[in-house]
Design a protein around this ligand. Sequence first.
Ligand code: ZN
Length: 542
Amino acid sequence: MSNLRILVSAASLFLVFAAKAQSETTPPKLVVGIVVDQMRNDYLQRFGDHFEEGGFKRLMNDGFYCANHHFSYVPTYTGPGHASVYTGTTPAVHGIAANNWYDPRIERDVYCVEDKSVRTVGIANADGQMSPENLKVSTVTDELMLRYNMRSKVVGLSIKDRGAILPAGHLGQAWWYSKGRMITSSYYADELPEWVNRFNDRKLPDTYMKKQWSLLREPEIYTTGEPDDSPYEMKYAGEEAPLMPKDLPKLSELNGFHNVFKKTPYCNSFLIDFAKAAVREREMGKGEVTDFLAVSFSTPDYLGHAMGTRGVEVHDMYLRLDRDLADFFDFLDSEVGAGEYVVFLTADHGAADVPQYNMDMGMPGGYLDRTQVAAEVAASIEKAFGNNEFISAVKDDRIFLNREAVAASDYTYEEVCSFLAATLRMIPGIYNAYPVEPILSAGAGGEFPFFMLSRGLYPPLAGDIIILQDNGWLSYGPVGTSHGSPWTYDTHVPLLLYGKNISPGRTYRRTEIRDIAPTVSMLLGIGLPSGTTGQPILEVLE
Ligand SMILES: [Zn+2]
């Protein structure tokens, strides 16, 4: 090889490196974070045979798939899930301990995004008295705003308030649904911008609800779950059986328009209509700095609660969501530019199979009556200690003691806690119950379920006893399903990352929900959210 050729190839090698380094350090114009509310990982496989090419499959085939991705705390609910995705940590740190929790400091129930100090903007009701006030750390979206000194556009949108507010962080804008309109609160804006008014004036839900909801594909393909006439599904008023197609005008008359609309795939389409309006009207992905659109699809959760994990309706809704996503990605290609944006898609929790289905199949499962549990606990306390004042509140999986009453008695706090835990763990449907204090003061790493308990307990709201239900058991039914447990059906969700600077690939290594935010921080070259305890997923960045 001549000296000249060596020089030329060295120079071209340098140019290749320089170009590569430059493309890797140029951040994407837009990040689209998608949360599918209640999406289990196995849906990608169960429904995947009938997905088309441009939606979920585009993310799976051309992006990076974390196939063993989990929540690593309890409780697995919507508020904590969204907060954990966007803060890169768990309820122990970010403070969103449940959807609703009992706060012993003020002795009342609190909704995770409630804020009575702000007013609704966009409709005359209380649905907008919401803000991120209870979120105690920064989000990846906050860090993007701080990195670019508020020049980024951060927009969170969802049908549920908490699905929009928590992802948008403290510095973004959030929009959610109330009675056919997209609204916000005075935390974000004093009035609706003109583009949102124009969107609301189109009254798209009315148009969608004039339709029937029929199966998208031929009936023969819907074989991954129960037959359409299933005893595990909710029946609407006016229905003989929970059958497709759904006569939406008739059902909405008898069951309430918005109640029905939120459980149709058209509600996902409506949210995408709004996402497109936001991208266009706010000119997202067109500025000097990275913008962030956080979308949370609530319908999969509403419909899952009603129909379970194996309903034909749920299968069909995912096929239609797949189409809607394909359409949205095409829109982003033309609006922002193919290859110029990043998408990640995950869920805020999974879901249990319907307990009655489990029981009928010979699988473990059952129904736990929490009112009865509370009554049994009160009776056993009375019997053992001759005192019925030890318990101040029972809220979901938590028991709060009246510490003053215990201190004034002949028994120690530890004696009462350990008696309660021992009583609870003998009740059918309860896996175990734990005194909270030792977990809070000593931490609890190590084996399941201890690491999940310690990561889920936000100290001031932790209470005194925490209860874990048995595998397959719910306090919800008799039809439809729920979630909230530490078991894999609730923790195992998809994570797909796709787009600029992300190579296609797949890992079966266990990754965690709290790893998403630090991974996105590294991709964007921005600060870590202030409470992050997760780790960047190296396979995605390399
Ligand atoms: Zn949820």
